[in-house]
Design a protein around this ligand. Structure first.
Ligand code: AHR
Length: 315
């Protein structure tokens, strides 16, 4: 009787260890509510999330919000219905997320906010944030500019999507930093929605309105800066010389424009954080504690280092 019992236990133990080695590990299912495809930065970010998921055998449910928060909210609800293991949101705008985050919490699905921060009265509605420090980017841009133009010049600003964290933070930090230079002034500011076409249209309107009274363009992203370059050239002026341009992102085309002298400086905002996001999800699902905020390390490119950086630029 005793021997029979021992054999039974041995058999169960053997079956469990066999199952563990033979059966494949459960495939992770992750839902990602992306903002859209407004810029080259965004394309690189989507690609990083998709290729890293493929590499790790993660079943990624990717949703393109097409620039509308309601599409993103609908996507998150569908991820909840599909019982995904984790939800990742790159929020188009900062506000309006609490109801759907509560739904995810009720379903016990962890939410990771990436790229853009949100405003909420309850920080426990998401596990953590992974992205860049947009305030720091605005500060870096202002500090570089103030030095380059000796604290003097009339600036036009091309803002990102209204209500988005990068537009709010890059505007605020830049304005605060240049406020200490009385001869450095923002004379006009409009949204180009982070799009190249938007940057071109707004710059055309600025040139019409202010003529030669523009010394500097501060663009919240490279795509809008590249659109502004087209508008400035079409007006018979030399971008980078007649009008100085500073932007944020450091996409390859932006860094190339700096190397060519058509843009003067780009502050990096690194979109390649797919692996960091999945590492974090795996840690959360394994019951580990993760930091509430993880900022990517960003650099700055001007005439001193742009050309040298080009061969190794990854996006
Ligand atoms: O949220 C990041 C910003 O969104 C990038 O600077 C911009 O290019 C993008 O569309």
């Amino acid at each position: 009787m005793h021997l029979a019992k021992t054999f039974r236990y041995l058999f169960i133990a053997l079956s469990i260890s066999l199952a563990a080695t033979v059966l494949p590990a459960k495939q992770l299912k992750v839902g990602f509510a992306q903002t859209g495809a407004e810029s080259a930065w965004r394309t690189a970010n989507s690609e990083s999330m998709k290729s890293e998921a493929k590499k790790r055998g993660i079943d990624l449910k990717f949703s393109d919000g097409q620039g509308k928060q309601e599409n993103q909210i609908r996507a998150v609800r569908s991820f909840i219905t599909q019982r995904v293991d984790a939800i990742v949101i790159a929020p188009i705008v900062e506000t309006g997320w609490e109801p759907v985050l509560r739904e995810a919490r009720r379903a016990k699905i962890p939410v990771i906010i990436t790229d853009r921060t949100i405003q909420t009265t309850d920080d426990s509605l998401f596990v953590c944030f992974i992205g860049s420090d947009f305030l720091e980017e605005g500060r870096l841009a202002a500090a570089w500019l103030a030095k380059a133009v000796n604290g003097k010049g009339r600036i036009v600003e091309l803002q990102g999507t209204p209500g988005s964290a990068p537009a709010n933070d890059r505007r605020k930090a830049f304005a605060e930093a240049i406020a200490t230079f009385p001869n450095l002034k923002i004379i006009d500011s409009q949204s180009g929605d982070f799009r190249r076409s938007g940057g071109k249209e707004v710059m055309e309107a600025f040139l019409k309105k202010h003529g030669r009274n523009i010394d500097i363009v501060y663009a919240h992203n490279d795509d809008m800066a590249l659109g502004a370059v087209q508008a400035i050239e079409a007006a018979g002026l030399k971008p980078g010389t007649d009008i100085k341009i500073i932007a944020i992102d450091a996409i390859r085309e932006g860094v190339q424009a700096v190397a060519d002298g058509r843009i003067n400086c780009v502050v990096e905002c690194n979109p390649l954080f797919g692996s960091k996001v999945y590492d974090t999800i795996e840690a959360i699902l394994a019951g580990k504690k993760v930091p509430k905020k993880v900022f990517n390390k960003d650099e700055l490119f001007d005439h001193t280092n742009a050309a040298a950086a080009l061969p190794t630029r990854q996006y």
